[in-house]
Design a protein around this ligand. Structure first.
Ligand SMILES: [Zn+2]
Length: 444
């Protein structure tokens, strides 16, 4: 573009003013806007209502120049002079708008990410990227910075490359999410993260990553969740020093005993968790913990090791011996065999706390294990020689149909299931499928 001396002078003056106010982007924008307005006004006045066209698009790129078309049907010397200065102003403004201008550029690993007129703006953007990661009040931030090589570089750029202040939220979103895409889902009745993930064909893990601040178990109808998994262009690395208390898990030791059968265990000493006060350094990237090292620890309570007895005794053969033992080691008969309230009681009731081990009266094969009407959770064992035993009202069953059991093996935990008025074991002995008095076989 050719410049007259006059145009050069004007350009210098405008650049000079812009230079002075370059620390204030709003003022600069205002100044350019004012210049353009003045130009429009002068052009409108000079052209006496003739056609004019003026366009300025910062986003159109440096190759595009705005044009000012001007026609005049006046030949008066005064108008000519006016037009001359209009032309000068126009050229000067054009020059200012299209030449490279000084800017502060955020450079990431040598690549330009965003350009600003002032260093302040660039710093504010970087601060806003870091800000969400310094929120934990319980931790002291020992170090914070970017994993990437991030610099604010002073260099000249095309005006089109400068970030506008009204694009600020967009550029911040773009850098922190790695995309301009926004996809939101509003939670509907009956939905959880699993349902939503399935609906959009994404993983639950992705949905969690897209909504780090959302607690999946606390979502409510109408709440919005993001479906965009962030891939931040910048990695904010933090090192936090945190003091906290935590449990110390207890260990478990096993002791052999020939009091118990092989495969049986009994707790000799209960374990207890310990507690310690810890000072740790926690390294995070974009808020996600990547490593933790303990700087200091003070054990306030030592853990107690759990001791478990482990049986070594060979179990008896899993067949009937013909001699019964009591199905519980404790408890008394609360209701005997025989006539009761006009009906025959087909077994004995042994009052027991729920959860008491119930053992097989003799070896044999489990022929029933499950719910059985008024018997509740029930087990029947066939001991051979037409002898069977039945154990009713249990809270849990430990063997299944077809299992071979030995005499004394724990087969169930007592309870109060089925037609029962309180926790007890109903125990039956059947000979040729006819209930007989169990106290003829076991002593209570
Ligand atoms: Zn009974």
């Amino acid at each position: 573009m050719a410049n007259s001396g006059n145009s050069d002078g004007l350009k210098k003056q405008i650049l000079n003013i812009i230079g002075k106010v370059k620390d204030d982007s709003k003022l600069r924008t205002l100044l350019i806007a004012s210049s353009v307005c003045i130009l429009i006004f002068v052009v409108a006045f000079a052209s006496n209502g003739n056609s004019k066209k003026l366009g300025y698009n910062k986003f159109a790129g440096a190759s595009q120049r705005q044009s000012v078309a001007l026609e005049s049907n006046s030949d008066s010397a005064e108008i000519h002079r006016a037009l001359k200065s209009v032309s000068d102003v126009k050229e000067s403004v054009n020059e200012v708008l299209t030449i490279d201008i000084p800017a502060y550029v955020i450079s990431v690993d040598g690549k330009d990410l965003a350009a600003f007129i002032t260093k302040d703006e660039a710093e504010v953007l970087l601060d806003d990227i870091i800000k969400p990661y310094i929120g934990d009040e319980e931790a002291e931030i020992a170090d914070i910075g970017f994993e990437e090589d991030v610099k604010i570089v002073e260099k000249t750029v095309k005006p089109s490359e400068i970030q506008n202040s009204d694009e600020y939220e967009e550029i911040l979103y773009y850098i922190t999410k790695g995309t301009n895409e926004t996809k939101i889902h509003e939670i509907e009745k009956g939905e959880n993260f699993w349902v939503i993930a399935k609906k959009y064909n994404i993983s639950v893990d992705s949905l969690l990553k897209a909504n780090p601040e959302v607690k999946p178990e606390r979502i409510q109808i109408g709440q919005e969740v993001s479906l965009v998994v962030p891939k931040p262009l910048l990695t904010v690395a933090t090192k936090e020093i945190k003091e906290y208390k935590e449990y110390i898990a207890f260990e478990t030791e096993y002791e052999d005993t020939n009091v118990l059968y092989k495969g049986d265990y009994r707790v000799k000493k209960a374990g207890k968790k310990g507690e310690r006060e810890v000072v740790a350094e926690i390294s995070k990237q974009n808020g996600i913990e990547v490593s933790r090292s303990i700087l200091k620890e003070n054990i306030t309570e030592e853990p107690v090791t759990k001791v478990v007895l482990k049986g070594t005794k060979d179990p008896p053969p899993r067949i009937g011996t013909g001699k019964f033992s009591k199905p519980t080691s404790r408890g008394v008969i609360t209701s005997p065999f025989g006539m009761r309230w006009g009906r025959r009681h087909t077994g004995i009731d042994i009052g027991l706390k729920t959860g008491t081990p119930v053992t097989a009266a003799d070896g044999g094969k489990v022929i029933y294990s499950g719910y059985k009407g008024g018997y509740g959770k029930c087990i029947i064992i066939d001991h051979g020689a037409n002898m069977k035993s039945l154990y009713a009202h249990n809270s849990s069953l430990l063997v299944k149909k077809g299992d071979k059991v030995f005499k004394g093996q724990t087969i169930a935990k007592s309870g109060n299931t089925g037609n029962s008025t309180g926790p007890h074991l109903h125990f039956e002995v059947r000979i040729n499928d006819t209930p007989v008095n169990p106290t003829k076989y076991v002593k209570y």
